[in-house]
Write a protein that binds this ligand. Sequence first.
Ligand code: EPZ
Length: 420
Amino acid sequence: MEEIVIKGGNRLEGKVLIKGSKNSILPILAASILATEGKSVIYDVPNLKDVENLIEIIEYLGVKIDREDNMITIDATCMNRYDATIDCVSELRASLFLLGPIIARFGFSEISQPGGCAIGIRPIDLHLKGLEALGVVFDKSHGVIKGKADGLKGARIYLDFPSVGATENLMMAASISEGQTILENVAEEPEIVDLANYLNNMGARITGAGTNMIKIHGVTKLKGTVHTVIPDRIEAGTYMIAVAAAGGNVLIENVIADHLKPVLAKLREAGVSVEEEFEGIRVKSEGSRGCKGITIKTMPYPGFPTDMQAQMLGMLLCADGRSSVTETIFERRFQHIEEFRKMGADIIMAGNTVALTGTEKIDGTIVYASDLRAGAALIIAGLYAEGETRVGNVHFIDRGYDRLVENLRSLGADINRVQR
Ligand code: EPZ
């Protein structure tokens, strides 16, 4: 079994180039199947397991996809299947993004019910309720969701929670529905804006993306277009926190500072130097022991991102004083706490809040990733733990990070992937 082995204590120096956003390219790939004319060419596509798996599912539906390094060409004109029920669908929550586009294009769809994961049960009620408002009738049995509609009609839809995926699914479906759709209390993440820009360049008529209300005038046809994926703000934040934790001086290139405001604010509050330069953001730090304890509460964008919660905790284990982290988005996104405790962290959990008191040191040991961000957080802790840290379940990390080990090694970390 593969694991990532880190010998703690090295500072990080140099620069790292951020790739295209995983949480942008996944809905954009799904939206591409709405093009009944022409091809789409997409640049800055990261090399990630989740992207590979979604491409495999979309190719199964008859869409032609060619990949050349970080560029992909997608031709959906000859798409001839609507049943995304092959094996990898239930493991890949992002396959849910196909539900809206397939029904919008074909009038029916079958997808395997996506599973829950370590961070929560991950219900899909908001997706289904919104699509039903557009005229879809669902039958859910035997782990397959079957939907059908005689043409989608615009509607006014209020999301009980600003769900990122439900906002994206409904935006895609409403793009080729008849009439006007108003989506209220929607997610405002940068990835929503990136998807809206892609759809509008395909011929959709969407306004308000990035605010809590999105208006969509349905059109009859969408065409392929050219698009460059926005930089991955979570990948960028992960490297910033790695430098803050290990100590060092690193330039993070190809990052949009505006997408990371809460993370930059919290790093500065912890005493980390974060300076915007022309090519990117420079992070300087004396390491975890040089940081001050802080309080964090995860919120929907533009609040502190839940996808950065584990990494931030990984940085604070030896910070001066107390820290607390409250997770409000997912009900079970604290599986990494047990692993930090194994490393000697002084950390306790009460409900959805974790209280942490910085210790003099943490010790390397064998730990296991429970999801991709927890995996990154354990590597971050290993960068400054005494001795050797061995991180198992590396497949989680490969889902969302492109060359994380290689990049950290090139910055000076003593880190390798080995077969155990
Ligand atoms: C997206 O997941 C991201 N994934 C997640 O990133 C991210 O953590 C999450 O948004 C929140 O920002 C992608 O974009 C591919 P949600 P998504 O719907 O869309 C509840 C990562 O690490 N909910 O915004 O699945 C849900 O249970 C991943 O890159 C319902 O109750 O998240 C959760 O508590 C992890 N009913 C909350 O809303 C629904 O129908 C937020 O979920 C849908 C969601």
